[in-house]
Design a protein around this ligand. Structure first.
Ligand code: ADP
Ligand code: ZN
Length: 603
């Protein structure tokens, strides 16, 4: 049933969606759309965008049409809405003719609150005709950054969506995206004809995500330790650059008992779909992937995103790490980073086909990311600053939790640069470090490098610190790898000032391995912080959810989110009324599952 229009949005929020209060700008957006305005909503992943059109859909006469680029995402959203008792359906290529006809009929008869469609479908003349014969409450354009030709999610069909404005000028439109940069924002406004729309910009902060960037020494072992110590049994994503590395890393993790599955564009479609489905539906799967694994993933309980390779830009890093912790409970963004990463990314830019302007843009983006990696200050401040949002140190990143020591590396930098120069700018960091530390390897004697004045002048500094010095020199552009000579390090224009002692070089000190680990203190409402009986309850609840999800063939989180189960396990409610107080339990779910949960808790 369509809700009575006099029903306050808050009433629907609590009874249908089971949330006690609006978040951020939700209330304002809902009332703006409900009263017929257009809006552009910029909110980070997990911010609660869907509610901004789902709630007006229940308040306005007619059916809300939701344009969404991904079929898997549509199906999950519709399944979740049906659980809430909302009349939702989707139209896409997975339906046969008969099923599609039935959906179209219900649309025409005004029996749907929300209808999800793929953009290419919406633009078919037949579909537009159908819309004209039906009553449309609003248009919601999800993932609106897909109109941007500069972005990596570009979908040409999105460009045609301005037709909606031309053909249905009186129907309000709401465009939503989690992409923050001003260029994309402007493109959405022009291409979707949203110049009259009100713009709602939320903070892009994801306070529940803890950012950690560690010095890479043995990346895989570091990753394994991170997963075992901090995320045993949790769902997570591990990003690697190449398909080969994806396959190897997944196989390697599996030998250590981690339920890891590979995902990349080189796999056949069926295998890929299967791994994605298992990730969505089962608890505690780790997907090791290239960035081909991404936009369709709206799993709320991803507890960590790990990077074994450096992304290309801060935008990329933020989008990928943003897939962690959509449910608002603590999550980790973890990255291992080393000199090899810097060299590799710079090489990819230099060797790419793009013109000079294009390469310069890429270099600037990479430099901003390297700045983040090398920073001794708050990671979050730096990230938000990149998106134009001022903030203060967060207390929830590696650098805040354990501020790194910095040291005056001017002397070391000079020695390193001299060593590059004296050896003829033809060697990589490994060999240069051997020279500095005065090792007599075969290669050194062969080249006569033990006769040089720089031989052994850096014996007082350990190897790990030297690796760090070289990485930071490259990241700061005081040295640059020659990509045509296997990454041999060369001097740059900026090197001269260091060599002449005109600038000081401050560097972060390398964190000893055990420190890297002690940064991890447990926090938040994850199962391990609940007292023991509650943890047992939580396990029971998860088992129940698993069976329920299987029997209905929906992902577990469609039944209840982890955060809701955690809420139940800590409150241990005795009555239906007490149960209804917990966030995530609306009237329909209470009616459907309330008795079963109470029985489970108190048998
Ligand atoms: P987005 O699309 O912006 O990434 P979603 O719409 O999927 O985010 O919402 C993210 C999570 O936040 C979901 O689990 C949703 O149930 C929850 N949520 C949304 N609004 C509220 C609210 N007002 N109170 C509590 N939880 C909310
Ligand atoms: Zn911080």
């Amino acid at each position: 049933m369509k809700q009575d229009v006099t029903d306050a949005p808050l009433h629907i929020l609590t009874t249908v969606f089971g949330h006690p209060a609006f978040r951020g700008a939700q209330q304002e957006i809902v009332s703006h759309i409900t009263s017929g305005g257009d809006a552009l909503v910029l909110m980070p992943t997990g911010g609660g965008k869907s509610l901004c059109y789902q709630l007006p859909a229940l308040l306005r006469e007619g059916t809300a049409l939701v344009v969404s680029p991904l079929i898997a995402l549509m199906q999950d959203q519709v399944a979740a809405l049906k659980q809430l008792g909302v009349r939702a359906a989707f139209l896409n290529s997975t339906l046969d003719g008969q099923q599609a006809n039935a959906v179209e009929r219900s649309l025409r008869n005004g029996e749907l609150d929300l209808l999800y469609v793929a953009p290419e479908r919406l633009m078919m003349p037949r579909m537009l005709e159908l819309l004209h014969e039906s009553r449309i409450a609003l248009f919601a354009i999800d993932e609106a950054h897909c109109v941007s030709q500069w972005g990596h999610d570009f979908r040409p069909e999105y460009l045609q969506l301005s037709v909606l404005h031309e053909q249905f000028p009186e129907v309000p439109r709401i465009a939503l995206t989690a992409t923050a940069d001003p260029q994309t924002r402007d493109e959405i406004i022009t291409r979707l004809a949203l110049t009259e729309a009100r713009i709602f910009v939320s903070s892009f902060d994801r306070p529940n995500i803890r950012y950690t960037i560690v010095d890479k020494n043995e990346a895989r072992a570091q990753l394994l330790r991170f997963i075992k110590e901090d995320h045993a049994g949790d769902a997570g994503i591990v990003y690697c650059l190449s398909r080969k590395k994806v396959d190897e890393t997944a196989a390697w993790l599996a030998t250590y008992g981690i339920r890891a599955l590979p995902y990349h564009a080189g796999m056949d479609t069926a295998a890929r779909a299967k791994h994605q489905a298992r990730f969505q539906q089962e608890d505690g799967i780790v997907v090791v992937a290239t960035i081909a694994f991404g936009m369709g993933i709206d799993k709320p309980d991803v507890r960590f995103v790990a990077h074994l390779d450096l992304p290309k830009s801060i935008e990329g890093y933020y989008q990928e790490t943003g897939r962690a912790g959509r449910d608002g409970t603590p999550a980790d963004a973890w990255m291992a980073y080393g000199l090899g990463d810097v060299v590799q990314q710079q090489r990819m830019i230099d060797m790419s086909d793009g013109g000079e302007v294009f390469k310069r843009v890429l270099r600037t983006k990479l430099d901003a990311l390297l700045g983040l990696c090398e920073s001794a200050g708050c990671r979050r401040v730096r990230l938000l600053d990149y998106f134009g949002e001022p903030s203060t140190p967060c207390g929830n990143c590696d650098n805040c939790v354990e501020p790194p020591e910095t040291w005056d590396a001017t002397e070391a930098a000079r020695k390193a640069l001299s060593c590059i120069y004296r050896t003829g700018q033809r060697f990589g960091a490994v060999h240069l470090i051997d020279v500095l530390r005065g090792k007599t390897t075969e290669r050194i004697t062969q080249w006569g490098h033990d006769k040089l004045t720089v031989f052994g002048i850096g014996a007082d500094i350990d190897e790990a610190t030297w690796r760090n010095v070289f990485r930071q020199l490259v990241a700061l552009s005081y040295a640059s790898p020659d990509h045509e000579a296997y990454g041999a390090l060369q001097l740059t224009d900026a090197s001269r000032a260091v060599l002449k002692g005109e600038v000081n070089v401050e560097m972060r000190r390398v964190a000893p391995a055990r420190k890297e680990k002690s940064v991890k203190v447990r926090r938040g409402a994850s199962s391990s912080t609940l007292s023991p009986p509650n943890a047992a309850l939580l396990d029971k609840l998860k088992d129940w959810r698993f069976v329920e999800a299987q029997s209905q063939s929906v992902p577990a989180f469609v039944i209840f989110h982890d955060s809701t189960l955690a809420g139940i396990a800590s409150a241990n409610p005795k009555t239906l009324n007490e149960l209804a107080e917990i966030s995530g339990i609306g009237a329909k779910k209470l009616e459907r599952y309330g008795a079963a949960i109470l029985a489970l808790l108190h048998d």
